[in-house]
Design a binder for this molecule. Sequence first.
Ligand code: FES
Length: 122
Amino acid sequence: MGAIVRFRGYGDVEVPVGSSILEAATRAHFPEGSACGGVCACSTCHIYVVRGAELLSEQEDEEADILDKAFDVRAASRLGCQARIVKEGIVEVEITRESLDAYENEHPAERGKYTKNAASAR
Ligand code: FES
């Protein structure tokens, strides 16, 4: 059995327990940045957890250190590559502007596609 990750504005993807939020986004081709390749070194995978935070792994010190350097950090902030689903259920997340920007930089052919209408401009 798996979990559902709902990416606000993009859709749902079902993934096995143990997957990270970033892995879910990658599986569904949703625009979450991952400049460091998912090794907790960049903050471009920054998301806000809207619902289901209790289904995710605890935040480690390394993740907190990286989030310190992220943009527009909130109580619900996580790094998508570090937040792993540990229980079945529905996790709803919002991809941050920082992450959308990073994704577009990593995929030049899609530049402007996701950030054009994003609500939270810097
Ligand atoms: S992809 Fe770089 S910290 Fe998550």
